[in-house]
Design a protein around this ligand. Sequence first.
Ligand code: 5RP
Length: 217
Amino acid sequence: MTQDEMKKAAAWAALQYVEAGTVVGVGTGSTVNHFIDALGSVKDTIKGAVSSSEASTEKLKALGIDVFELNDVSELDIYVDGADEINAHNQMIKGGGAALTREKIVAAVARQFICIVDNTKHVDALGQFPLPVEVIPMARSYVARELLKLGGDPVYRQGVVTDNGNVILDVHGLSITQAAELEEKINQIVGVVTNGLFAQRGANIVITGTPEGPQIK
Ligand code: 5RP
């Protein structure tokens, strides 16, 4: 079974959490693209979606799914998204697709975060995947110096501008043992919009695609 087949199996398994008549929170990435295809198969039963990126919005609309502004939605039952890494406490690193800030906002509104991953995303300790940090452009060098003080090695993601008009620093070499504390510490650096640690608000349900089929925890 390929990695993409495992992503697809996890994504389609998430459909069981989609309730008729609701607005569904939708993340970003290749695993979520499979989930959007799955959502397309039940599009006549749902009210629509709230999206975490321009890319997902485009794909949702192309399938005929209504996309609502988050400000026009008072509650969301579920938010479905992938992850770059996930640990045993359901804490994640996200932002490989540079959509971390909108992802964190939509996740904050949702009652349940359903994480869909293939089995390569599970790790004992977060941090092998460089931690994405979204930064206001004029603060890039300052924030990079502050991240160095935290023991990381920040690398400017060249040529990438987020949907919010900001830049991304990918922080290599962090040994993340206290994920929730580090999430807060990095977010306190002036100029940081947010970072890709989803530790304070982790996943409620994790669906992992494996060669034996999707496993739900
Ligand atoms: C985008 C994300 C994605 O969820 C993460 O990068 C996983 O992507 P994929 O499903 O393509 O492996 O956080 O910002």
